[in-house]
Design a protein around this ligand. Sequence first.
Ligand code: DGL
Length: 275
Amino acid sequence: MVIFLIYCIVNKQPIGLFDSGVGGLTVAQAIKQVLPGESLIYFGDTAHLPYGDKSAESIKNYSRKITEFLLDQGAKVVLVACNSASASAYDTLKEEYGSKTILMDVIDPVVDYLGTRDYSRVGVIGTKRTISSGTYENKIRIKSPGTSVISLATPLLVPMIEEGFIFDDISNAILRTYLSDASLQEIQALILGCTHYPIIRNQISKIFNFNIEVIDSGRLVSVILRDILEKNNFLNDSGKVKDQFYVSDYTTYFEKIARMFFEGEINLKKADIWQ
Ligand code: DGL
C-alpha cells in the first residue's frame, strides 16, 4: 500500500529539463509528442546564455544549481537538454545526483543510436564548447570504433536562429559556408549537436540534397525516456498535465522566441535561482 502511494505521487511529478535558454524547448516539444500525458518543468538559464562559449567549470556550476532547483520542484527525472551542458557537466551531475534521481543527457542517446547504424563517416556540428570537449568523438569511438567523426564548431547558428534567420538568404549563406567545409564531404550522417538546430533541420538536409541522415536528439531521447518511465512504473496516468517554464532572466524577447521553439501553450516565469 505504501509503495503504491509512493508510485502514485512520483507518477504525477513533472519531467525536469534544462538548457542555457530556449534551445532545449525543441527537446520539450519532442517529449510532448512521445509522452503527451507527462507534465514538464523547464528551466532556461537565460541569465548565463550562451553556454557555448563558457568554460566547462562555469557550466558545471550552473548545471548543479539548476538540477537542485528542478529536484526541489519535485522533478522525477532531470534531463540535460543542452549539448554544451551534456558535454561539460553530465558526468559530474551523474556522480553528484545520480543516486537521488534519474538523470539523462542528449548525447548518449545519439551515440547509442549510431551504434545501431553502420556508418563509416559521420559529422557533428555544435557550439564551440561541445566541439572542443571532444565528447561526441570520444563516446562514438568507444561504441562504434569503425565510425570516424568529423567535428565542426558552428557558433553563428544559435544567434542566427534566435534572430529568426531561417530559410532565407542570410541563413543559406552561413550554412553553406560552414557545411561546404572540405572535412564534411562524404559524410553519411550529420549529428545536430545543439538543441537549437532542429529548427533548421530541413534547411540543413536540403544543403546535402537530402542524401544524408540528419540526426537530432529530441525523438531519440524521448523514446528512451518513455522506456525508463515505463520500466520504473513512473508514467503519469493521472490524466492531469501542467507544464511550467522558468527562465533565470525574463525579457519579452525570450517569451517571443520561446514560442518559435515550442508549439504548445507557453508562459515564461522568472526564477532567480542565483541570489
Ligand atoms: N542549446 C545549446 C546546446 O545545445 C546551445 C546554446 C548556447 O550556446 O547556449 O548546446
